[in-house]
Each structure stands twice: as C-alpha cells, then as structure tokens.
Design a protein around this ligand. Structure first.
Ligand SMILES: [Mg+2]
Length: 128
C-alpha cells in the first residue's frame, strides 16, 4: 500500500485549476490542495508538507517567480518540494530562471492531462 502523496496546485484560473486537478485525480494515492496565487501557496507551505508543487507563472498578487524566490528564501533545500511549472511562458529565459530556482519539470500550456500526469509521476518516482 502506498502512502498518500500530497500536491499543491498554484493557479489563478479556476478553469485551468479544474483541468489540472482532473489530471491529478487519475493518479492513485495523490491528494491535492489548491491556491489561487503565490501568497496563498506560501501559507499552505507553512502549515503542510507537499511532495510536489504545480506552479503557474502568470498570476495576480504574487506570481510564480516571486513565489519561487520566497520559497527559496524561507525554506532550506531539503524542505522544499519539487516544483513543476505549468505555464504559457516557455521562453529560454523563463525556463533557465525557473531551473535556477529549483524547478524540475516544465509543462507548457495548453496542457494535455497525460503529459501533466507523466510529469507528476516522474517527480513522485524520483522522491520514492
Ligand atoms: Mg495564470
């Protein structure tokens, strides 16, 4: 029996969140919580442990890069969950910047459910 894994979905678009969580529901043993911006997500990180984070970049209040910088500043490497960026921004500069901040996978919108699930499964397998 596998222990429950926890995902944090950070995405401002309700439609997009629904699409992402629909894909996550197909992964056995994975539960998730949702945040609409980086600030909400940081609050969740204070109180909860996550095995994977799915992160949009373009968001109001606190965008994805600001979230990554705050997470890196507040948590030592061993306490940071691996991050998958899910974004329309796929320029080389964005990808390099995200990678430097610890992003391990990059999924470009429009998202295909199976691609997203595959990325999540790779990240979870690497942590097993
Ligand atoms: Mg967005």
């Amino acid at each position: 029996m596998t222990a429950t894994r926890r995902a944090l979905v950070i995405e401002d678009s309700p439609t997009m969140r629904q699409l992402i969580t629909l894909a996550l529901r197909r992964i056995p043993g994975l539960s998730f919580v949702e945040a609409a911006d980086g600030a909400q997500a940081l609050e969740h990180l204070e109180h909860d442990r996550f095995d994977v984070v799915l992160l949009d970049l373009n968001m109001p209040v606190m965008n994805g890069f600001a979230f990554l910088e705050a997470m890196v500043a507040a948590h030592p490497p061993e306490a940071r969950p691996p991050v998958i960026v899910v974004s329309t921004e796929s320029g080389r500069g964005d990808v390099q910047r995200a990678t430097a901040l610890g992003v391990v996978e990059y999924v470009t919108k429009p998202v295909r459910g199976p691609d997203l699930a595959a990325a999540v499964n790779r990240v979870l397998a690497a942590r097993a």
